[in-house]
Design a protein around this ligand. Structure first.
Ligand SMILES: NC(=O)c1ccc[n+]([C@@H]2O[C@H](COP(=O)([O-])OP(=O)(O)OC[C@H]3O[C@@H](n4cnc5c(N)ncnc54)[C@H](O)[C@@H]3O)[C@@H](O)[C@H]2O)c1
Ligand SMILES: [Zn+2]
Ligand SMILES: [Zn+2]
Length: 362
């Protein structure tokens, strides 16, 4: 089967023919239908975060179950599924205390080192999977706790977006920050994640949603998603001052959806007294985010969010209902649909900041 492989860091993806194993115990073989391009893969391609190589990139995918291994009772061949990297063991303290997205026992849902690799090159070289999914591939072999069954009414080339970007952004607003009705919100960065945070804030009933980006089209899309105000970071001298001016002193909830020190600090600085800043973006591992200590005295909070603090087996079907009822917009988020061979081109568009989400269809 064909897959997009990262062979060196930094590096572009190489389309290779790989061998995929039969599903082992608890594993599910999926025929991929759609895969979204998330910025996290690009961070790895740019070498900002290290990973085992070679590795099939992609972690925002949906498809149809082709075959299941022993002890799989949750799905059967023919079931449509969305994959999610928040693979839970169901037994560790985090899983059992209602935070399966923080599962600490990845070993329980992975193959052991002594087992053969799920993916290999034809010469037998083991090939890793991004986030234990490897979604930029015609087929995926994943643990059954990394998939959720979805209604056959849901188009899978749209459902894939929920696997990471929508779950992450929407969940950051609804679950991590729990934005209440009427709140003032600012979202910095309007790619797939930021646009989903805007939608989460809208569905939660936020009163005012300010979108910040440097790209005009992204800001137009942000309005469609529910932003009530937009700020083009290129047009103002100081984003924080611009937000404070619009709101008469700052927002109650801010979200950073880029992964930069500067914008993470902006998110905190634009809070009103008692406000909460949620950093969703992946800030490079060696970078420190700085805040003024005195601001903590006014009960301002800075927090992170992992995959929107999801419980994806129940959250994703809910989000699909919202989509099917017209309350969650996915079609409007897709700027381009491409084939697997065009994946590097898709990432070049992301580097230029000209697209919301690009989807590979198989
Ligand atoms: N926390 C998590 O669990 C999680 C999950 C998925 C993705 N992420 C991270 O979320 C971030 C966003 O991902 P994405 O796929 O939406 O990325 P993206 O590249 O599609 O979107 C980023 C947006 O930010 C804008 N931007 C860039 N610099 C800016 C600046 N200085 N001021 C204002 N706007 C600016 C760009 O124009 C673009 O629209 C990435 O860092 C990604 O790795 C985190
Ligand atoms: Zn992602
Ligand atoms: Zn666990």
């Amino acid at each position: 089967m064909k897959a997009a492989v990262l062979c060196e860091q930094p590096g572009d993806l190489v389309i290779e023919e790989l061998v995929i194993d039969k599903p082992g115990p608890q594993e599910v073989l999926i025929q991929t239908v759609g895969a979204g391009l998330c910025h996290s893969d690009l961070h790895f391609m740019e070498g900002l975060f290290r990973t085992k190589l070679p590795s099939v990139m992609g972690h925002e995918s949906a498809g149809i179950v082709e075959a299941v291994g022993a002890d799989v009772s949750y799905v059967k061949p023919g079931d449509p599924v969305v994959a999610c990297l928040s693979i839970f063991c169901g037994q560790c303290r985090q899983c059992l205390s209602g935070n399966p997205h923080r599962c600490t026992n990845g070993r329980a849902t992975s193959r052991s080192r002594d087992d053969s690799s799920r993916l290999q090159r034809e010469d037998g070289t083991p090939v890793d999977q991004m986030a234990r999914l490897g979604g930029f591939a015609e087929e995926m072999l994943v643990h059954q706790n990394g998939v959720v069954k979805v209604t056959p009414d849901m188009p899978l080339e749209k459902a894939c977006l929920i696997g990471c970007g929508v779950t992450t952004g929407f969940g950051a607003a609804v679950r991590t920050a729990a934005v209440p009705v009427g709140a003032t919100v600012c979202v910095i960065g309007c790619g797939g994640i930021g646009l989903s945070a805007i939608q989460g804030a809208r569905v939660a009933g936020a009163g005012r949603i300010i979108a910040v980006d440097m790209n005009i089209e992204s800001l137009e899309t942000a309005r469609v998603m529910g932003a009530t105000d937009t700020i083009n970071a290129n047009d103002v001298e100081n984003v924080v001052e611009a937000v404070k001016e619009l709101t008469g002193g700052g927002v109650e909830y801010s979200f950073e959806a880029i992964g930069l020190k500067k914008t993470a600090e902006q998110a905190f600085e634009m809070l009103e007294i008692g406000g909460t800043a949620t950093v969703i973006g992946m800030v490079p591992s060696s970078t420190k985010v700085e805040i003024r200590g005195i601001d903590l005295l006014s009960e301002k909070k800075l927090q992170g969010s992992m995959m929107g603090s999801n419980q994806f087996r129940t959250d994703i079907p809910q989000m699909i209902d919202l989509y099917l009822n017209g309350r969650l917009l996915l079609d409007e988020m897709v700027s381009a649909t491409i084939s697997l061979d065009q994946v590097n081109e898709g990432y070049n568009w992301m580097r230029e900041g000209t697209v919301a989400r690009t989807v590979i269809t198989f």
